[in-house]
Design a protein around this ligand. Structure first.
Ligand SMILES: Nc1nc2c(ncn2[C@@H]2O[C@H](COP(=O)(O)OP(=O)(O)OP(=O)(O)O)[C@@H](O)[C@H]2O)c(=O)[nH]1
Ligand SMILES: [Mg+2]
Length: 698
């Protein structure tokens, strides 16, 4: 394997809506460039980048993966990313280590939710972009319609640099608007084509599109603008150079036309990547110095070595696989580097280049290139590897908090320990899942970005780590509280010969603001309860409040003040005062207007505006409170607060209601009171459950 310097590397991430054909496109590119000798198909499970069992069986990319090919003397690193919204953070991470994004768009549907999301993420990073208008061989595919949707939802600066030859089933190739050459393909998957003049019936369209391109390029640069006005046009060289710097500055986004499945017009796409996407040597990488001030690092081969870890894979056999971008210097196999984020040394074994799942060992990886290494000890995603003496680290990426939790339970008893070690490793691989134990219900909880995400994680647990679990319907963590202040009395007395028991206390209960949890105040004067027994009263109340009063959920946001009581010289002891506390609590709760609280979520829904009315109606019926509505192009964004209990299955609803064109984001907001008629149901359900449990115990 050759070693490439930064100027001869192109790092591009393929992003876009699920089903737009990213994986198929990567497969065609690798085949046409001769990196592999078989044209892999998504539908046959034979692509390089969808290699995971789960990806093959679902026919969707679930995790970003890396492949590479040599094209026009450059090493093109392709990162194929998931288009399903639940896995977006992996696409986001891929963009972080790329110098350009290939935004892949289905020519039938045009811009979709994940197109926009990918676009926005690239925008935030100031990343150069090209649009790949794919699946042009399909019925109802249209450059004009797709371009219009891209211009409204992504950017007005999307500009075709090719026109398609033939339409739908008859799509055969492209005319290059710069060179005015036509490439006509065999459309048999071989990727073979012949070059010729512009077909006669296309000359007018080609001239008009070329003129539009020239004008848009000229508008990005004053000097070019002047030349354009003087000469009435631009030379090919001026056009290419102008386009190159406009792309690098994210001022223009060239659009190319392809069919990944029929292997049409992939070579000109690769040509455009090499010609227009900047090399790592032109894009400094953001870092933070010791004081947290932003600094940037050049892809300078002679500088000290440093690398940014953008992804970790939990492989049950190979252990941890760490994927990184060498930002500066050169990383060497069998060397020791410093993990700057954790301030510990790391021993590097064999460095590897990745071709999907295939690992190719190499002696070194230079600045600007992407690679991997297995079995690092302490290094995880977001860490910086580098020189001990250097005082900077690369800016870490943010990951979204989970929005949904499911209780899981091992299918076979005794698998709990296995679950926890496997989950720990999956958490390293996927920072958007959280594994925990519910403090109230004691159940094991798996939290993630949505139902598909949870299902895929559970499937990984099984396939990779041999742990089979049942997914239970998610449980709502209700709480109880009080709405009125009251005084209460509890007395525990037992005198049946021998040693008796005596404890007696008077308490006051008062509501506290939401989130205050619990306060205990000792207001005993004159020793009506001996000092040493006051903690027992508190303990009794604490235990009683975690058991709940109405429906077994913990009672929160209230204060208890113990202000009086009495004792017996011989019979009083800790246990008696604990019981007295618990009795006083129950007595107080009966008058303190107890009520049930539920978690409420902040919800943001995006969908084509046609669906807005229906979606709002649906949210109302889910007890949602609409907080605002906004339109962006043809998309409507609805913001609402909805009780968690009402949107557990929202994902399926949204998908079916919008034909997959809607997306949502959800996060915890606050606790709010449950309406009375629903409280009755919750209490009845709890009673039924407890009845069962008590019968079992008895
Ligand atoms: N007709 C036609 N079908 C295509 C083309 N490209 C991809 N497909 C098919 O579209 C489906 C989705 O293709 P993928 O490459 O898996 O799409 P993706 O963008 O990677 O999807 P995710 O991995 O879910 O994000 C597969 O059945 C492909 O065979 C194309 O150019 N023309
Ligand atoms: Mg894919």
């Amino acid at each position: 394997m050759k070693v490439y310097d930064a100027a001869s590397i192109r790092n591009v991430a393929l992003v876009g809506h699920t089903g737009s054909g990213k994986t198929q496109l990567a497969s065609a590119a690798l085949f046409d460039a001769g990196a592999v000798n078989r044209f892999g198909k998504v539908d046959e499970g034979t692509t390089i980048t969808d290699f995971d069992d789960e990806e093959i069986s679902r026919k969707h990319t679930l995790s970003a993966s890396l492949a590479h090919a040599e094209w026009n003397k450059c090493k093109v690193n392709l990162i194929d990313t998931p288009g399903i919204g639940n896995f977006f953070s992996d696409a986001r991470a891929a963009l972080q280590v790329s110098d350009g994004a290939l935004v892949v768009v289905d020519a039938v549907s045009g811009a979709m939710v994940q197109t926009e999301k990918g676009w926005a993420a690239a925008d935030e990073l100031g990343l150069p972009r090209m649009v790949v208008l794919n699946r042009l061989d399909r019925e109802r595919a249209s450059l004009d319609r797709a371009l219009e949707s891209l211009r409204t939802s992504c950017s007005r600066a999307v500009v075709p640099i090719q026109l398609p030859i033939g339409a739908e089933k008859g799509f055969r190739g492209v005319v290059d608007l710069v060179t005015k050459k036509a490439l006509v393909y065999q459309a048999d998957g071989s990727g073979k084509f012949t070059e010729g003049p512009v077909p006669g019936d296309m000359t007018a369209a080609v001239d008009a599109a070329r003129e539009a391109l020239v004008e848009m390029v000229a508008e990005t640069d004053e000097q070019l603008m002047e030349k354009f006005f003087e000469a009435g046009s631009l030379t090919d060289d001026e056009l290419v150079a102008g386009l190159r710097s406009a792309v690098a500055g994210a001022k223009l986004f060239p659009l190319v036309c392809t069919s990944g499945l029929l292997n049409i017009a992939i070579q000109p796409l690769l040509d455009a990547v090499v010609a227009f996407v900047p090399s790592p040597s032109e894009r400094p990488f953001n870092a933070l110095d010791k004081s947290g001030t932003p600094v940037s690092r050049q892809a300078d081969e002679r500088a000290t070595a440093s690398a940014f870890v953008w992804k970790t894979i939990a492989d049950p056999f190979a252990g941890r696989i760490t994927m990184f971008r060498v930002v500066s210097g050169s990383l060497k196999s069998d060397s020791t580097v410093q993990n700057k984020s954790k301030d510990v040394p790391e021993r590097l074994g064999h460095l590897e280049l990745l071709q999907g799942k295939t690992q190719v060992p190499v002696p070194e990886i230079k600045a600007g290139d992407l690679g991997a290494v297995a079995k690092l000890k302490d290094t995880l995603t977001n860490d910086t590897l580098g020189d001990k003496a250097d005082a900077f680290s690369y800016s870490p990426m943010g990951f979204p908090e989970p929005v949904l939790s499911y209780a899981i339970e091992p299918k076979s008893r005794g698998d709990e320990d296995k679950i926890s070690s496997a989950m720990h490793r999956l958490e390293e691989e996927d920072p958007t899942i959280v594994y925990s134990r519910d403090p109230q219900t004691k159940e094991l909880l798996l939290s993630g970005q949505g139902q598909v995400h949870i299902e895929v994680t559970v499937a990984k647990l099984k396939r990779r780590f041999g742990v089979d679990v049942n997914l239970k319907p998610p449980r709502i963590a209700y709480r109880e509280t009080i709405k009125a202040a009251t005084e209460a009395h509890g007395r525990h007395k037992k005198q049946t010969g021998g040693h008796g028991q005596f404890g007696d206390c008077k308490i006051r209960l008062e509501p506290l603001p939401r989130g205050a949890d619990f306060e205990f105040v000792d207001d005993i004067f004159g020793g009506s309860i001996p000092r040493q027994f006051v903690p027992a009263v508190e303990k009794g109340i604490q235990e009683a409040r975690t058991r709940g009063y109405l429906a077994g959920y913990p009672v929160v946001d209230f204060r208890v003040t113990v202000f009086d009581g009495s004792y017996h010289d011989v019979d009083s002891n800790e246990l008696s005062f604990k019981l007295a506390g618990s009795l006083a609590f129950k007595d107080g709760m009966s008058r303190a207007k107890p009520t049930i609280l539920e978690p409420v979520m902040n919800l943001e829904v995006r969908a084509p505006s046609d669906y807005a009315g229906d979606l709002m109606g649906d949210l109302n019926s889910r007890r949602g409170r609409i907080g605002g509505m906004d339109t962006r192009g043809t998309t409507t964004i609805i913001k609402a607060q909805v009780p968690m209990a009402e949107i557990l299955a929202y994902e399926q609803h949204l998908t079916s209601a919008t034909g997959g064109r809607g997306s949502y984001h959800m996060e915890y907001s606050h606790y709010d009171e449950v309406p009375a008629h629903l409280q009755t149901k919750i209490i009845a359900a709890a009673k039924a459950e407890r009845g069962g449990a008590e019968a079992e115990e008895g």
